[in-house]
Design a protein around this ligand. Sequence first.
Ligand code: NAP
Length: 340
Amino acid sequence: MIVRESVPLSSLTTLKVGGVARAVIACETETDVRAALQYAKEHSLPWYVLGEGSNVLARSEGYDGVVLLMKINGISCVDEDTHLVMSFGAGVPWEHAVREAAARGVWGIENLAGIPGTCGATPVQNIGAYGADISQVLVHVDVLDAATGQIRRLSREECELGYRDSRFKREPHLIILAVAFRLAREGAAKAEYGDLQRAKLEGVDFSTPEAVGEVVRAIRSKKFPDLATTGTAGSFFKNPVVTPEVYADLVARYGEVPQFPNPHGIKIPLAFILDKVLGLRGHRMGHAYLFGAQPLVVALDAGGTSEEIEALARDVEQKVFDATHIRIEREVRSLENNFA
Ligand code: NAP
């Protein structure tokens, strides 16, 4: 086991901020994960599992604990006549999984192309885009329960997946080692979202999962900052889901507001509130700003700090609350939590 000490968290997260982590241990196997947990225990340190760090805000004061860098690889497939069940090690980059599925011509995760992060991170917030999410294809998740030391296989139902949510957010002692998805041999493109609808009307090829993945990547590349030059964790906030009464109140005050009813209430695109109600498109505090092409996305110029991101996020949360009485929630998680 190699323990790297005093590693800058800015090098491990896509927001590219944060002080140093006391220790970082790359975990390529279940045995490595157990050894890293043992190291944390022996040194009385908390620990935190990190994949590609694409949904995490690290603080300037760093992390006085052990970061387990999830690197478990491996892909396996089981034929099921009309479907293919594909299993991925938790450290496999998600984009690699999407391309592997597309190469086999199976449907189900093509709308999730271009999302940064690892396969192991996908159930944690039930990643979703363009009307697809992990809950539609997930079969099971293999975890190491750090509280008991046991390996458990959780069914999709047991993962308690919700809108950008799962039990893994509440139970960080469940360390995801592998995930399995059931993907369909026959399928058709899901193109209900405006950007995809427009591409379809323009005659863009949607005939295969590979083609759909390419369309999605092309759209995303225009709406999200370039990770090579800018710090970002994608959408920083969740779209609020409100009651019909709250929605009616918004309409009474601000006129037509787009709505997407779902089983839990009425989902409102927060980007609409930020842009059209509050005029916050491009809103900047220091190096941190709401991205012009999609104000739900917080971006950070080189030289920025986690304090600037935190200040901007709080400012936005307060402004939304003052205007709508809605308390918005963050998608991005904080690395300051101690999972011991
Ligand atoms: P968009 O198409 O401009 O739509 C704005 C919002 O309205 C979306 O966030 C989406 O909610 C909702 N929406 C739009 N059409 C909908 C429909 N037909 N049914 C239900 N809800 C609808 O969104 P965008 O910003 O370009 O993003 C496109 C998709 O990629 C979205 O699904 C978004 O969540 C996803 N995405 C997520 C991240 C991330 O970091 N989490 C980053 C990039 C993109 P939903 O967000 O609930 O879909």
